[in-house]
Structures are given as C-alpha cells and as structure tokens.
Design a protein around this ligand. Structure first.
Ligand SMILES: Cc1ncc(COP(=O)(O)O)c(C=O)c1O
Length: 472
C-alpha cells in the first residue's frame, strides 16, 4: 500500500510555516509563491476575526484582499453555522446534474427574482451554473455563438479582465497573458473603454450586423477600478438593442453587492444586458460558484430540448455550492450589503483623495466604487534606469507598494491588469471601526514613505536583487 506523506490530521493539527513554504515551492506554483514569500507577504495566515488575518509571527493585519471574492470575511459565523447544519444532513449531498436539487432550484428562483425586480424583462431568464468566473465567461461566449452563429465579431474593451481559460483569455486583452497562448479566438475587436464615439465608429466600420455581442465589465476591476462615464453603458445598450447585438455584462467582480449594487450595469449604468455573469461573492468566499444568466430565447438556443447537454461541467450546480450560494445571496440581501458598500464608498474615497493630495509623489491616482478601492502608485524608479521597460517599472512599483501595505498592517490585492495599482477589497460586513482603522493604517504607511522612490530605497537589497532575477 502506498503511504501518503501527510495526513489530513497532520494538517488539522497544524503544519509548520517552514514546511508549508517548502512544499508549496516544490510542488505548487513555486515561483509565484517564492516571490510572495521573498517579499514576506505570503503567510501562511490564520483567521483572527472574519476581517483580520494572523501571520506566523502572530502579527494581525486587516484583510482587504481575496480579490473581491469574500463578501463576509473569513469564517463568518452565520455562513459557517449554516454550512455545518447543511453538512450534518447527509441526505442533501445530491448528484450535481443528473438529479433535481431543491438547493439549485431555490437559488435559481431567488437570483432571477432579484434580477427581475431590477430588470423586469429578465423575469423568465434562465441560469447555467459552473464553478469559476472564467467558466461563466466560457458559457457566455457559447451562448452568444449558438444564438448568433452568422455574426463573426465580438467586441471587448481595453484592459478588460474576463479570465484566463482560452475563450475568456481571448477577451482579456493583455499581451503578457495572451501572447504565449495564441492562436486564441479571432475576430475580437478591442475598443477604448468608456468611449461611445469609438463604439459607434466601430459598428460603422465593421457593420453592426456582423457583430454578435459586446462584453464588458460595468466597472473594470482588475484594470484598477476604472469607471466609465455613466452615460456610456446606457448609450451602448440602446445602440446594441437597435442593431440586435447581444450585451454580456460581466458582473463577476461588481455584482451582488461589491460595487454598491446587485447589478451595477443595470442599477448604475441603466443597461439591460442579455447575458450576465456572476461568480466571486456567490460562493461566499468559501467555494467557487459561478452563474451565467441568459434571456430565455438565448438560453434555449444552446440548451433547449435535445441540445440540453451541449454545455456542461461535472460539478456545476452541486448541492453544497448551491446551498452556499443560496445562503450567501440571502445574507447579502437581508443585511443590505450592497447599500452598505455604496454608503462606505464616499467615506473611503474621501480618505484616499486626501492621501493622494498630500502625497502626490507616491500616489498617482485613487479611485473607488462601492467597496472596490484603488491606489495607483508612481513609478519607483525613473525610466532612464530601465529604458523601454515602463511596464516592468509599473509592476515593481505595485509589488513594493503591496509589500509596504502588508508591513503597515493591511493585506491588499494586486491588480491583474494594472500592475502599479493596489486594490483594497474589504469584506462588505467589515465593522466600521476596522474600516476606519484600515484607512488609518494606510495613512501611517503612506506618510512613512512620502515618495515612491522611498518604496525602492527602503526595500532590502536582497529582495530587490531577487525580484530583478525573477523578472529576467
Ligand atoms: C470581471 C471578472 N471576470 C472574470 C474573472 C475571472 O474569474 P475567475 O478568476 O474566478 O476565473 C474575474 C476575476 O478576477 C473578474 O474580475
């Protein structure tokens, strides 16, 4: 019999941080973890409270990370109690797809009810469940293809982030991520985000009847919280409706509360998308759960009648995921978390704007939308030291700023499509006192650096050298 080196009991009893690092570097995405570990930001962390993390040295930090996927924080008692009760009732562990599930049925009904209360034309829309966000996008692409097989073009926007599986990657226009994997889907037209004139011109140039769909994030998250002019979404929606072009709203990051709205594209943007993707908060920060919602006629074109198997994923719609989704949605709605995010937006932004005003040599720009906050840092070294390497300098600036925030007591996020930008995405349930403490810590950190050059000069040389080696 094979003897496995580590038992689950060993891990329950606690694996040492040193061993964890060793194993992760050996057998996981080692180089990524190596860089995080080298920067001293990789934990492993334990939960101090739903909103605070403890590192191996017992230092407690405010958790503003998790890439906007944690609506309630870690180990949030109301969710954990529900899951424990669910798991104690073994009868509910149903087969994912080949049996009815009351959990899935209830989540479907609640999601459509919520959506239709804001956009009545969605009252008979239907949902396809998967796991990650990128899978929800894959489903959306296939819905579009099945519904509009003769229209060859898809329109997306510069610096959009829709995921990294091949279909979704085709819609994520970032050379670093796309270049090694070409050929990707072709006939993708990428336009400047928020520029309605460019959109109109594009329909003229390529012919509106050749365009199958437009895909957009109402607010671009991974691009560093980029907010288009409010009229952009509505104008785009009207033009698409006129030309029968489908609109896919990727609400994976903005949806279900984070942006201050359940569906930012609808409530803030005045757009009625045909297809909507959701993920991150739907899994309550515990499991990957994603959803692609499509109008009935679009849904039926791909999954109607005998075609009902033409798209599937084994674990999509599984009982545990659906139960967590049901409870998460309930907690978000019953606690009015979208409204709370909207209310805290101005408080957070006021702090950030004051910081940017006081430390312009460190912070180039700040943005906020709901509980999505972004700080864009100035380059840490002048371009003359690394000519032609503006992107690398931007990345280094973001990494060193991320490290500085960590040292100052805040665990933040990188931005996958804007490397000089660090984002704060605290849980929507974060108590007021911790929310204020987070900004106080931020102010202390920022004031101890003052200018971006200090992020570089105050970083120990071995770290700079190791980063340089990793970059080369
Ligand atoms: C708007 C948006 N779409 C899609 C994705 C991809 O989701 P996942 O990382 O779960 O595949 C993300 C992830 O950050 C996102 O922000």
């Amino acid at each position: 019999m094979i003897h496995l080196p580590l038992s689950s009991k060993d891990v329950l009893n606690g694996l040492s941080p040193k061993r964890t690092v060793e194993l992760e570097q050996l057998y996981g995405n080692g180089d990524y973890l190596k860089i995080l570990n080298l920067l001293g930001v990789a934990g492993p962390f334990t939960v101090h409270s739903p909103w605070e993390l403890k590192d191996p040295k017992d230092v407690i930090r405010i958790n503003a990370a998790s890439f906007a996927a944690s609506p309630f924080g870690e180990h949030y008692p109301p969710l954990i109690e529900f899951i424990t009760e669910f798991l104690s009732q073994h009868k509910y562990m149903l087969l994912p797809q080949t049996a009815l599930s009351e959990w899935r049925a209830a989540l479907e009904a609640n999601l459509i009810h919520l959506l239709a209360s804001l956009a009545p034309s969605h009252r008979d829309s239907q949902i396809f469940f998967a796991n990650s966000g990128t899978e929800a996008i894959e489903a959306a692409i296939k819905f579009v293809r099945a519904f509009k097989p003769k229209c060859k073009y898809l329109i997306n926007f510069k610096r959009a982030y829709h995921g990294k599986t091949l279909g979704a990657l085709s819609l994520t226009p970032n050379e670093e991520y796309q270049a090694p994997f070409r050929p990707l889907l072709n006939n993708i037209i990428t336009l400047p985000f928020g520029d309605f004139q460019a959109f109109e011109d594009c329909l003229q140039k390529f012919g509106a009847s050749n365009v199958a769909a437009v895909i957009l994030e109402p607010i671009q998250g991974e691009a560093g919280v980029i907010i288009p002019p409010q009229s952009f979404l509505q104008s785009l929606g009207k033009l698409c409706q006129k030309h029968e072009i489908l609109v896919v709203a990727d609400e994976i990051q903005t949806g279900l509360g984070r942006s201050g709205y359940y569906f930012a594209s609808i409530e803030w943007g005045g757009l009625e998308p045909d297809i909507i993707t959701l993920a991150k908060p739907l899994g309550g920060g515990i499991l990957p759960v994603s959803a692609t919602i499509a109008r009935k006629d679009i849904y039926k074109k791909m999954l109607g009648g005998l075609k009902c198997k033409s798209h599937s994923t084994t674990m999509g719609g599984n009982a545990l995921g659906m139960a967590i989704g049901l409870k998460s949605l309930e907690l978000i709605v019953e606690n009015n978390l979208a409204l709370r995010a909207r209310q805290l937006e101005q408080t957070g932004l006021t702090y950030l704007q004051a910081l940017q005003k006081n430390y312009p040599k460190l912070i180039a720009a700040v943005r906020g939308f709901g509980m999505l906050f972004a700080l864009q840092f100035q380059p840490v070294i002048a371009t003359k030291w690394l000519p032609g390497q503006a992107d690398l300098i931007g990345e280094l600036s973001g990494i060193l700023a991320f490290r500085a925030l960590h040292q100052g007591g805040i665990q933040a996020n990188f931005s996958l499509n804007a490397m000089s930008t660090v984002r704060l995405t605290p849980a929507l349930t974060m108590p007021d006192n911790l929310f204020f403490e987070m900004f106080n810590k931020l102010e202390q950190t920022v004031s101890s650096y003052q200018a971006s050059r200090a992020l570089f000069t105050k970083t120990p040389l071995p770290i700079i050298l190791a980063l340089a080696k990793a970059a080369l």
